[in-house]
Design a protein around this ligand. Structure first.
Ligand SMILES: C[S@@+](CC[C@H](N)C(=O)[O-])C[C@H]1O[C@@H](n2cnc3c(N)ncnc32)[C@H](O)[C@@H]1O
Length: 271
């Protein structure tokens, strides 16, 4: 299957947004990677490594006796990841350019991971199956991705509900699946993995969370063209310049607790 163009781009604002997002979802990511089977000493391949946050987190889990190779297709993301690694003085993390769908390792890894990549790959089952051959027998694949169907506010805030529907429409227009996490049990099974497991973790924000509106609107900004192309909303109605302020105000006025997408971990072992 042909892969559609990656929709989120890689300008400076988007690379910064990924780092902000990475900090917000660091805790569930770590819990899910450990639950999926990452342990000290492992050699790990990180697919779609972006600005490097997952590789850096995994390097802490595997420790000095382990190592991480981040694979990324976009040169701008790779350059930022390398600069950050050097600034942190990490010696067990390397990055290289490559396509996550077709990369073949010289030597099998103990684990392959990816976060927020499978949602962009309509052929996710084929990609998972492909990487079985990059794992040693007994090695694990651990994926972390979103299930957007859990996004809501209580009490409901109409603007937030609409923003959720715009994001859903934008991702779908770009042939991305923002709820791919919900499919993990069948994707891993169909890709031929053993001991398949799936667990979703949910963050809940208080009404006055200072970073929440910026986080949500950051995704809208990255997806803006796809959202408009989907026809779900006009540029005037969306009004990107004022959206963050309006959203934050309406959530606070309603005293609403709101959620980000459920962070889902899926894993399986190469038999
Ligand atoms: C949403 S970002 C996630 C980055 C990082 N994994 C994280 O969770 O912070 C997805 C990344 O995957 C990269 N990507 C998309 N398709 C890819 C492919 N076929 N091969 C390698 N990288 C890819 C993008 O360039 C981008 O850096």
């Amino acid at each position: 299957m042909a892969t559609p163009d990656y929709v989120l781009g890689s300008d400076d604002a988007e690379i910064r947004r990924l780092q902000t997002q990475a900090a917000i979802i660091a805790e569930p990511t770590e819990l899910l990677f450990r639950r999926g089977g990452l342990t000290p000493g492992m050699r790990v391949l990180d697919l779609g490594s972006g600005p490097g946050d997952v590789s850096f987190q995994v390097s802490q889990i595997v420790g000095p006796d382990g190592s991480v190779l981040g694979l990324e297709r976009d040169p701008a993301q790779l350059a930022v990841a390398e600069q950050r690694r050097d600034a942190m003085g990490l010696t067990n993390v390397a990055f290289r350019s490559g396509d996550a769908r077709t990369f073949v390792a010289d030597e099998p890894f103990d684990a392959v991971v990816c976060r927020l990549l499978l949602m962009h790959l309509p052929d996710a089952v084929d990609v998972l199956a492909h990487h079985r051959r990059n794992l040693r027998p007994g090695g694990v694949f651990v994926a972390v991705d979103y299930d957007m169907s859990g996004v809501r506010a209580r009490p409901e805030v109409e603007l937030f509900t609409r923003v959720g529907s715009w994001l859903e429409a934008g991702f779908r227009h770009a042939q991305a699946d923002p709820s791919v996490g919900m499919l993990f049990p069948v994707l891993f099974r169909d890709a031929g993995f053993a001991d398949v497991g799936t667990l979703g973790l949910q963050l809940y924000w208080p009404p006055d969370n200072s970073e929440a509106a910026g986080y949500v609107v950051g995704v809208v900004r990255a997806l803006h063209d796809a959202i408009l192309a989907s026809g779900v909303v006009t540029a005037d109605e969306l009004d990107l310049d004022t959206l963050e302020q309006r959203l934050g105000e309406q959530i606070r006025a309603a005293g609403a607790v709101w959620t980000v997408p459920t962070i889902v971990g899926g894993w399986g072992r190469r038999a």
